[in-house]
Design a protein around this ligand. Structure first.
Ligand code: ADQ
Length: 483
C-alpha cells in the first residue's frame, strides 16, 4: 500500500537526554502542531532531525533514538554539530530566512554555509529514498529543504513530490540578489506541486522562475521540458477544535485547577476592573516586529495619557535561534526597551509591560489567549502567523479584538481584524484606541465571521487540499506524456 512521506527539518518530536535516559517530548511550533493530526491519522512516515546532534548522543543510545522515533512513525536524520551550524544556523537562518523576509542587510552570502546546506539537503534526500517505494507521495516542507525535491527527482523520476514553503517568497527584485538563485529555483522545481500561504508569494515565485530560469509560465503552471509544475496557494489553518475545546475546558475548570499565571492575571483584573490587557506572543525574531510594537505602545501611552493604568501589554517572547548574532542583539534591545518604558510610565500600582522571555506550556498559552481582551500582533513580515488564528479560536464567548499587521499572511483571510501597518505608530495607536472602545456587539459580530472561516479552513482541510492537488498532478503528468 502506498504511503505519504513527510519531510521537514525537525521531527514533530524532540528527543533529549535526561539523567542518561532518552526523553521524548512533542515539538512546539506551527508546522509540528499543524501536521501532527494528519500524520497520526494517515499511513505516513515523517523524516526529520530529532533535536540532538550526533556528538550529543552517546554511542550506546544511538539505536535507541531510532527506536523511539519509529514508535511515532518517524525516522531520525543524524546531523553533526558542524552540519547544524552550517545548514541550520548558517544558510537557512543567516541567508534564506532574512532574505525571504526582506531583511537584506542581515543576509549573509557564505560559500561554506551553502556547501553544508547542499550536503545536508542531500542527506535528507538520501534518507527519503531509503524509505520511498513506487506509488508513495512525498511532501517536503519549508525553506531549510529547498533543494530536496530535485535531489529526489534525479533518483526517482516518477515520484510524486509536493513542496510547501512556510515563509514568504520575496519579490523577484529581492530574490535575484541571492548568489545561488538558479540552484535554489531548480531545487524546488523538482516538485510537481509547490504551495505557498498566499497568492502574493505564489506570484513572486512564478515571476522569479520566468525571469531567472526563463521557463514558460502560464497562469500558475510552469512548463519544463519533461513535466509541468503546478504552483498554488494553500493558506494554512490551525487545529481549530483543539484550541476551542481547550478554551471551553479552561472556563469550566474550578479555581483549584487554575495556574499561577491565571491567578496573577485574575488578580490584576480584579484590582483594575476597567483596565484591559493587550497580548502579544511570538518567537523572539526580528521579523515579528517586537521592538516596533513596544515603540508603538510607547507612542500610544505618550499621546493618550488617559490610558495610563488602564492598559497592560502582556508580552511573551519565546527564545529562538540564540546562536545567530541578530537574535542575541534583538534580545538585548527588547530587554532595554521594556526596562526603559516600564521605568518611564510605571506608577506605584501599575507597570505598563509584563514581559516573559520563555516557552510556556500549552495551558498557559490558553490562559493568556482567553484572558487578554486585545491581541496586538505586528510582524514586519510573517509567512502566515498562526498565533492570530489561535487567539480568535479561543474566544469562545466571541469577544476580544485582534489587531494584526498587514504584513502577515494571515491578514489576507482575517479582514474583520483591525489591520495595521506596523511601521505606522499613529495607526497602531489609533487601532489600540478603537479596540479599547469597540462595543461588545461589534466584537462579537467580527469574531463570529472570523471563527466561521477558521473553523472551516482548519489545518486538516489545508493538508487534505494540498494532498488532493498533489495527487491530481500525477494525472496531469500522465496526460502530458501522452501528448
Ligand atoms: P513561526 O514563525 O514559528 O512559524 P507562528 O505561525 O506564529 O510562527 O507559529 C508559532 C506556533 O508556536 C503557534 O502554533 C503557537 O501556538 C506556538 N507557540 C508560540 N509560543 C509558544 C509557547 N510559548 N509555547 C508553546 N507553543 C508556542 C512559521 C512561519 C509562520 C507560519 C508558520 C506555519 O514563520 O509565518 O505561520 O511557520 O506555516
Amino acid at each position: 500500500m502506498s504511503k505519504t512521506i513527510i519531510i521537514s527539518n525537525r521531527l514533530p518530536l524532540q528527543i533529549s537526554i535526561e539523567n542518561g535516559e532518552l526523553e521524548v517530548t512533542p515539538s512546539v511550533g506551527g508546522l509540528a502542531t499543524g501536521l501532527k493530526s494528519f500524520h497520526k491519522d494517515g499511513d505516513s512516515v515523517w523524516i526529520g532531525w530529532p533535536g540532538l546532534t550526533e556528538e550529543e548522543i552517546p554511542k550506546k543510545l544511538k539505536e535507541e533514538v531510532q527506536k523511539k522515533a519509529r514508535e511515532e512513525n518517524c525516522v531520525a536524520v543524524n546531523l553533526t554539530s558542524d552540519e547544524i551550524d552550517g545548514f541550520y544556523y548558517g544558510f537557512s537562518n543567516r541567508t534564506i530566512w532574512p532574505l525571504f523576509h526582506y531583511f537584506m542587510e542581515y543576509t549573509e552570502s557564505d560559500n561554506e554555509y551553502w556547501k553544508t546546506y547542499q550536503k545536508v539537503n542531500q542527506k535528507y534526500a538520501d534518507e527519503i529514498l531509503k524509505h520511498y517505494e513506487d506509488g508513495d507521495v512525498i511532501w517536503v516542507h519549508d525553506y531549510q529543504l529547498l533543494l530536496v525535491p530535485n535531489m529526489i527527482r534525479e533518483k526517482a523520476p516518477e515520484a510524486v513530490i509536493g513542496f510547501f514553503n512556510h515563509i514568504p517568497f520575496p519579490s523577484y527584485e529581492v530574490f535575484r540578489t541571492l548568489p545561488w538563485r538558479d540552484e535554489v529555483l531548480k531545487g524546488v522545481l523538482g516538485a510537481d506541486l509547490i504551495g505557498f500561504h498566499t497568492y502574493d508569494y505564489e506570484r513572486h515565485f512564478l515571476s522569479s522562475v520566468s525571469r531567472i530560469l526563463r521557463h514558460q509560465v502560464d497562469f500558475n503552471e510552469i512548463t519544463l521540458p519533461d513535466r509541468i509544475v503546478k504552483v498554488d496557494s494553500f493558506p494554512m489553518g490551525i487545529d481549530y477544535k483543539k484550541f476551542e475545546q481547550a478554551a471551553l475546558d479552561h472556563f469550566e475548570g474550578t479555581s483549584a485547577d487554575q495556574s499561577e499565571l491565571q491567578k496573577r492575571l485574575d488578580h490584576h483584573l480584579e484590582a483594575t476592573p476597567d483596565a484591559k490587557m493587550i497580548l502579544s506572543i511570538d518567537r523572539l525574531d526580528y521579523t515579528k516586529g517586537i521592538a516596533h510594537r513596544i515603540r508603538a505602545y510607547e507612542y500610544f501611552l505618550d499621546n493618550n495619557p488617559e490610558y495610563i493604568e488602564k492598559v497592560r501589554l502582556v508580552m511573551l517572547a519565546v527564545p529562538s535561534r540564540s546562536n545567530v548574532p541578530q537574535y542575541r542583539r534583538l534580545k538585548r534591545e527588547i530587554d532595554e526597551l521594556v526596562g526603559r518604558i516600564n521605568g518611564k510610565f510605571s506608577t506605584v500600582s501599575w507597570t505598563p509591560i509584563w514581559y516573559f522571555y520563555r516557552s510556556m506550556p500549552f495551558h498557559n498559552l490558553i490562559d493568556l489567549y482567553t484572558t487578554c481582551e486585545i491581541a496586538l500582533l505586528t510582524p514586519i513580515r510573517d509567512g502566515m502567523n498562526l498565533v492570530a488564528k489561535e487567539y480568535i479560536a479561543t474566544r469562545t464567548n466571541h469577544t476580544g479584538v485582534l489587531i494584526l499587521s498587514e504584513m502577515a499572511g494571515a491578514a489576507h483571510e482575517m479582514n474583520e481584524a483591525l489591520i495595521i501597518n506596523p511601521n505606522n505608530f499613529e495607526q497602531v495607536s489609533q487601532a489600540l484606541r478603537t479596540a479599547f472602545e469597540m462595543p461588545k456587539e461589534e466584537q462579537i459580530e467580527r469574531n463570529k465571521m472570523l471563527q466561521k472561516r477558521l473553523r472551516r479552513y482548519s489545518v486538516e482541510k489545508w493538508a487534505q487540499d494540498f494532498m488532493k492537488s498533489l495527487r491530481a498532478t500525477k494525472e496531469n503528468r500522465d496526460s502530458f506524456k501522452s501528448i
